[in-house]
Design a protein around this ligand. Structure first.
Ligand code: KIV
Length: 265
């Protein structure tokens, strides 16, 4: 199984990490068979599996259920699970309790959204043997404060803050950081500035890896797909071919293309 250190080393050596979300055993098995580098049990399952309007209603019990299903389907793949809204923001102790439940269900790493406010939690969990993935830029759990799902860090001040947060998360012990919906040039700056992998989603080709919502890359999410997503089923004949094509495109840097990326101006 790809462990955290080997993923970090491969990223440091220039290999692009290909990650997709997964929510159940059957898709997880397909992802593992295709050689995906890691599976993210994202709270996006609220949107794409449950049909919710946001990730906010997703519960810890649901994340445990889906993590266990993914772990059964892909027992040899590194699994990152989102700590859902309300399960970690109160205190590092609350985060530890929630993270332990996810790790017991099969997660190898947990993901938290936020910068400065999460530093204490990141170092608290990391010191207790729980790898933590940070998440900066567009934070879906904060869409109410952000005024919707918009590209982030377009001003010089916000870009500076994102760079500060990325370095601080790395210093606090984060294992990797998801950068969502930010200008590609800023994602490159953050990637160059820190020693841990950055995983982009709508953050340009220069991140150390990419992640997409599985249903977006299969073209089955209802409604208009996000601009940063690409439907890999459109050019392939099966789910396994589409996943393989995604992995190849990430490794060869043909995804994301410029049309999937954002710019500050
Ligand atoms: O929940 C999720 O799928 C995520 C990705 C958008 C990175 O957090």
């Amino acid at each position: 199984m790809a462990d955290l250190l080997s993923l970090q080393q491969r990223a440091a050596q220039g290999e692009k990490l290909a990650i997709l979300t997964g929510y159940d055993a059957s898709f997880a098995a397909q992802l593992e068979a295709a050689g995906i580098d890691a599976i993210l049990v994202g709270d996006s399952l609220g949107n794409v599996v449950q049909g919710q309007r946001s990730t906010l209603p997703v519960t810890l019990a649901e994340m445990i259920y889906h993590t266990a299903a993914v772990a059964r389907g892909a027992g040899n793949t590194f699994i990152i699970t989102d700590l859902p809204f309300g399960s970690y923001q109160a205190s590092p102790e609350q985060a530890l309790q929630s993270a332990c439940a996810l790790m017991a269900a099969g997660a190898n790493c947990v993901k938290v959204e936020g910068g400065a406010v999460m530093l204490e939690t990141v170092s608290f969990l990391t010191a207790r043997g729980i790898p933590v993935c940070g998440h900066l830029g567009l934070l879906p759990q904060s869409f109410n404060s952000l005024g919707g799902y918009k590209v982030q860090a377009k001003t010089a001040t916000a870009a500076e803050q994102l760079l500060t947060d990325a370095s601080a998360l790395a210093d606090a012990g984060a294992a990797m950081i998801v950068l969502e919906a930010i200008p590609a040039a800023l994602a490159k700056q953050a990637t160059d500035a820190i020693a841990i992998p950055t995983i982009g989603i709508g953050a340009g080709v220069d991140c150390n890896g990419q992640v997409l919502v599985l249903y977006d890359m299969l073209g089955i999410t209802p409604g208009k797909p996000p601009r940063f997503a690409r439907n890999f089923m459109a050019d392939t004949n099966s789910i396994s071919e589409a996943i393989a094509a995604y992995i190849t495109a990430v490794k060869q840097r043909t995804f994301p293309a410029d049309k999937h990326s954002f710019h500050a101006t």
